[in-house]
Design a binder for this molecule. Structure first.
Ligand SMILES: C[S@@+](CC[C@H](N)C(=O)[O-])C[C@H]1O[C@@H](n2cnc3c(N)ncnc32)[C@H](O)[C@@H]1O
Length: 378
């Protein structure tokens, strides 16, 4: 089937239409292109497809730097075939569209490069490879359990040593995590070992559980801390709450600018690391789920930062945060659709969106990070 590619869609695809009117979500294409498709999935209301031949190319198309990117190959990247500027325009369009469709907002969005990111390669400091039945570790193909064998990964940080990992033999199905830190450490792990590595960001060191959460791009932690700090404009008498606190990045970076901080995190290893990282500061680390903690009617707060996982905070948590009556809320979001749904709930509770910034923390992939400032209406 030959189609005209109309626009970008959510999740690393472009949108086209089949002659019968069904929507087609097309990978490996760009808006404005004419491509020949291979259908990869048929559903009653839509199709999925790969662009296998480009008949009219977008001026923003480039040769993918990675030899494993392309139809039927590694699913780790979505936009290797687009220039970096085009990738950021596509991500901005996705954020704009999600905010419009799910929150009724019309917002100008610019996706900002992270300082130090020149070519969108060599940034991934946290990787998870999966061993195939032959014991060789590789990356998943798109929407598949099949493992693409690789010799290296161009978006991996140089210190990750992917060639060394794929040269070893692993138990079939093993999930192999690679952590490489700003202090030059490298940890290889399977499972959840009781060890930490030392990261460096926001002018200090942080203990982070091996295989646990840390901002992946080497420029991400600083960029997010700067954005959150600037948006919240903390004052010395403020009480701040850091929800989904991880190893304490935001709590620790803001603690000296406010009176007190409560950091809430449900993962025991992350909460333990946060307690160690924040021991010298006026921070209370609570090992709990955010929804449970909010239900226990905590004290009012002046400032809230939340950085939930991909599914977002959800209605109960948003209700609970609004109930703290904060002066400002900084919402750090890795999934624009979840952000948009939560923004709609916040707006209904008197906390409309005041500002939004978006960052290209995951070049070559469809992922984009947003930081939203919410302030009480009126
Ligand atoms: C996106 S990470 C953010 C971590 C931290 N803000 C940072 O930048 O390093 C989300 C964190 O939320 C934690 N988490 C997930 N669900 C949670 C819940 N229901 N309650 C509390 N923490 C949760 C995860 O363990 C993870 O550490």
């Amino acid at each position: 089937m030959i189609v005209e590619i109309e626009r970008v869609g959510h999740g690393g695809v472009c949108v086209a239409h089949a002659p019968d009117g069904r929507v087609i979500f097309v990978r490996h294409a760009l808006p404005g292109e004419q491509v020949r498709l291979e259908i990869t999935e048929r559903r009653p209301s839509y199709l999925r497809a790969d662009a296998v031949e480009v008949l009219r190319a977008s001026p923003a198309r480039v040769l993918p730097p990675c030899p494993y990117a392309g139809p039927g190959r590694c699913g780790g990247c979505d936009w290797q075939h687009a220039s970096l500027d085009e990738q950021r325009r596509l991500k901005a369009a996705v954020v704009r569209e999600q905010l419009h469709r799910l929150a009724g907002l019309d917002v100008d969005v610019t996706v900002e490069a992270v300082p130090g990111d020149a070519d969108g390669l060599g940034w991934r400091t946290r990787l998870r490879l999966t061993a195939g039945s032959d014991g060789r570790a590789g990356l998943h193909r798109h929407r598949s359990h099949v493992i693409e064998p690789i010799d290296d990964c161009l978006i991996a940080a140089p210190g990750a040593g992917v060639p060394d990992v794929v040269a070893r033999s692993w138990p079939a199905g093993a999930e192999v995590s690679i952590d490489v830190t700003a202090t030059g450490e490298r940890a290889l792990s399977t499972g959840t070992p009781d060890r930490t590595v030392t990261e460096r960001a926001a002018g200090r060191d942080w203990q982070v559980p091996v295989g646990g959460f840390w901002q992946v791009h080497p420029g991400a932690a600083d960029a997010l801390v700067d954005a959150v700090t600037e948006m919240l404009a903390p004052r010395p008498a403020d009480r701040l709450v850091d929800l989904y606190a991880g190893a304490g990045l935001f709590a620790g970076s803001l603690a000296r600018s406010v009176e007190s901080v409560i950091a809430v995190e449900s993962d025991p290893r992350a909460a333990k690391a946060a307690a160690a990282n924040l021991a010298e500061l006026r921070v209370t680390v609570v090992l709990d789920r955010v929804d449970t903690w909010l239900r226990r009617e905590p004290e009012p707060a002046d400032l809230v930062v939340l950085d939930p996982p991909r599914k977002g905070a959800g209605r109960d948590v948003v209700n609970g945060i609004a109930g703290l009556r904060p002066r400002a809320i900084a919402y750090v979001a890795c999934e624009p659709s979840a952000l948009a749904r939560d923004l709609a709930t916040f707006a209904g509770l008197g906390y409309p969106l005041s500002r939004l910034r978006a960052f290209d923390l995951f070049p070559m992939t469809a992922h984009v990070e947003c930081v939203a400032l919410l302030e009480p209406a009126g």
